[in-house]
Design a protein around this ligand. Structure first.
Ligand code: AR6
Length: 175
């Protein structure tokens, strides 16, 4: 696993990877948070493209070109909205990561960067979300050598500290 997981603090729109993941909403037409930043940086062609994607349910993911981003692709994953933890949120969050990774494998993507899905506007408790993100990615990497590198991109200080503690020396610090 060592060398295949990286931790970065910063803006995901600037990441050089084959794909970056967006924390989208079900209509895939843009929003606030990281979704707003990705649409602003990728340009209006992204919204036009996403109109043809048919949306995505919580836990699902769809892929688009990266347009003006350094990344070749954007994978739009819809995380769960936190409703107290008894509405299947954990499994939906796991599926959002897993379906993003599956799309990456299908499209020959070797490097993929994830934001901390659902931990902003959707209100998922950050440490619980980080544990799900890390365990889902690690399990997938064990069985999928075609994915060479997963970059966890943290933006706020709290998520950065949580990921740093949970990953320990399993992650290289990059960026
Ligand atoms: N780069 C990396 N991470 C970022 C950036 C950025 N430029 N900006 C914010 N974050 P959120 P959600 C982090 O709210 O909770 C949208 O309106 C932020 O610190 O973007 O899944 C969608 O359209 C947080 O840790 O996504 C949906 O309606 C993480 O990104 C809804 O928000 C996720 O926060 C999705 O909510």
């Amino acid at each position: 696993m060592k060398g295949r997981i990286a931790l970065v603090k910063g803006d995901i729109t600037r990441i050089q990877a084959d794909a970056i993941v967006n924390a989208a909403n079900p209509n895939l037409l843009g929003g606030g948070g990281v979704d707003g930043a990705i649409h602003a940086a990728a340009g209006p062609e992204l919204r036009e493209y996403c109109r043809t994607c048919g949306g995505a349910r919580p836990g699902e993911a769809k892929i688009s070109p990266g347009f003006r981003l350094p990344a070749k692709y954007i994978i739009h994953a819809v995380g769960p909205r936190w409703q107290g933890g008894h509405r299947g949120e954990a499994e939906i969050l796991r599926q959002a990561y897993l379906n993003s990774l599956r799309l990456a494998s299908e499209h020959g993507i070797k490097t993929i960067a994830f934001p901390n899905i659902s931990t902003g506007i959707y209100g998922y408790p950050k440490e619980e979300a980080a544990r799900i993100a890390i365990s889902t990615v690690k399990e997938y990497l064990e069985n999928h050598p075609e994915i060479e590198r997963v970059i966890f991109v943290t933006y706020d200080d709290e998520n950065y500290r949580i990921y740093k503690r949970l990953l320990g020396d399993e992650a290289e610090e990059a960026g």
